[in-house]
Design a protein around this ligand. Structure first.
Ligand code: ATP
Length: 493
């Protein structure tokens, strides 16, 4: 186990941060003590640091399973470039189908070499690894892979992992966005289910699982699906995002009026420099809304799963740079979008679950400053979503695949809870969200920052404190720790 000073020194030396955010230190310390860790931290809380720092402080290579290539690329860039000016860049890499054969082979070769060196250090090649002395240098400390790649038929990767494991250099297996493991989660991904086999494939390698959205039922499912140990440290943060202002407005009847409502919101209620996201249900709808906004003089672009990786990257880059103000997106624009200064998130169509809503609206205000989250609600949209759920059991177009029986019932029940949130007139929006994640005792957390607690109030830019002079309040990455999200954390042993 590392001493207090070691962990703080490494945080400053590697990431340039002078303090931890809530929950980070507990997760890192438990992991460094060799325990499995399940961390539930709200969007933007800094989950990547939990595995990044732990990886740097552990001998060997940490494998990070992440659901999307775009997310993986983003995380690698953040780890390597984000720390470049502080420590020269944490060595991270990824394996994907988009890399050339030669690049994949070079990376696997490097890992093989490290594992061989580890075996040579031990008399007779008996695995002993880290405990037997300083680990040999390995060019890669964090290796990102998709679940399909890790559990699929990649013989090269499998051989490397076995060798690293035998040499005691498989430091940890991290399952990012681990709610994808669960059928009861809102983003179930069949390949995540197979990750449970990693425990028997690599006995002794600790597991760290991270998510921003998991109900108590999903937490139990994650623990058993990943075969996490009985003494797993469960680090649960306060999910409250005090800087987000929640509001539900009736969506005007008729397409033209609904589109005008979004345009008004983006132009009249926001500053011309504010960037934001408008979520829609379908690709066609994103195109329609983006075109309308553009005709209304707003620089907007659409983003959905039907676009090429290059098109998606371009939109994301332009938006993060401020050249595009509004991204009109399906839920494909969600996990891993890490732009600190998003001032508004509008749901043109209701999310299909409260987890989805929490995660999508949670893209706003990651710099800790006030941000507006508006849901435009119409019963017709509920009907559309219900139809998609029914289609999903038959594998219809635009529907979630692979849903059947109890999972479809679960989807219906989640939609009903979302509908209840939208139609609720007397329950604080914030409390409904927090209680959904099992965080009771949230009364008083809102302080008039939702439309139920402050009836008739509009949480526009005019009601927010003035912008600081520097456009990006995150700064160089060498900032102090800030209190994004709640102040408290709980560790359940
Ligand atoms: N201790 C800290 N002090 C200051 N900034 C931090 C700290 N930890 C993380 N950050 C910054 O916070 C931002 C968000 O971190 P990160 O992307 O890991 O969040 P996340 O929890 O993975 O969010 P999401 O679930 O939405 O993807 C990053 O830019 C990161 O550099």
């Amino acid at each position: 186990m590392s001493s207090d000073d070691d962990v703080h020194y490494a945080l400053k030396r590697l990431f340039g941060f002078s303090g931890f955010r809530p929950g980070q230190e507990q997760a890192v310390r438990a992991a460094l003590a060799g325990r499995d860790v399940l961390a539930l931290m709200p969007t933007g809380a800094g989950k990547s640091l939990c595995f990044g720092l732990t990886a740097c402080m552990s001998p060997g290579v940490t494998i990070v399973v992440s659901p999307l290539l775009s997310l993986i690329q983003d995380q690698v860039v953040h780890l390597v470039r984000g720390t470049a000016s502080v420590c020269g860049g944490i060595p991270a890499a990824y394996l994907s189908s988009e890399q050339t054969e030669a690049d994949c082979r070079a990376l696997l070769f490097d890992l093989h070499r490290s594992a061989d060196a580890a075996m040579e250090r031990v008399p007779g090649g008996v695995p002993g690894g880290a405990a037997d002395g300083p680990a040999p240098f390995c060019d890669c400390k964090v290796l990102f892979v998709t679940p399909e790649r890790l559990c699929g038929a990649s013989a090269g990767l499998d051989a490397v992992l076995r060798k690293l494991h035998a040499g005691g250099l498989l430091a940890r297996i991290v399952v990012d966005e681990c709610h994808c493991v669960s059928q009861w989660g809102h983003d179930f991904r069949p390949a995540y289910r197979q990750l449970g086999s990693l425990r028997s494939r690599f006995p002794g390698a600790p597991v760290m699982a991270l998510t921003a959205t998991a109900t108590p039922r999903v937490v139990e499912d994650i623990k058993s699906s990943l075969a996490m140990r009985a003494d797993t440290a469960v680090v649960v943060n306060d999910f409250n995002r005090p800087n987000l202002r929640y509001e539900v407005r009736p969506k005007p009847d008729g397409k033209a009026a609904a589109l005008q409502a979004v345009l008004d919101l983006v132009t009249r209620e926001r500053r011309p420099t504010d960037i934001g996201i408008v979520y829609c249900l379908s690709r066609d709808e994103t195109e329609e809304v983006a075109s309308f906004l553009k005709r209304g003089g707003v620089s907007a672009d659409q983003y959905h799963a039907g676009m090429t990786p290059l098109q998606k990257q371009t939109v994301q880059r332009l938006w993060q740079g401020g050249a595009v103000r509004v991204v009109v997106a399906t839920i494909a624009y969600g996990m891993g979008i890490d732009c600190p200064r998003v001032r508004f998130v509008v749901h043109f169509t209701m999310a299909k679950s409260l987890e989805g809503y929490y995660q999508e609206s949670g893209r706003a205000g990651r710099d800790g400053r006030a941000a507006q989250c508006v849901l435009l609600y119409s019963r017709k949209d509920v009907t559309r979503s219900k139809r998609l759920i029914t289609l999903s059991s038959r594998g219809g177009k635009g529907a979630r695949r692979g849903r059947s029986g109890p999972a479809v019932d679960e989807d219906r029940s989640k939609l009903e809870q979302m509908q209840a949130y939208a139609e609720g007139k007397d329950r604080c929006r914030r409390s409904v969200l927090l209680e959904y994640f099992g965080q009771r005792g949230s009364a008083g957390a809102c302080r008039g920052t939702c439309d139920v607690c402050a009836p008739g109030k509009r949480f526009t830019a005019a009601t927010e404190p003035p912008e600081p002079s520097s456009a990006d309040s995150r700064g160089s990455g060498a900032s102090d720790s800030d209190s994004l999200g709640g102040e408290s954390w709980i560790v359940v042993d």
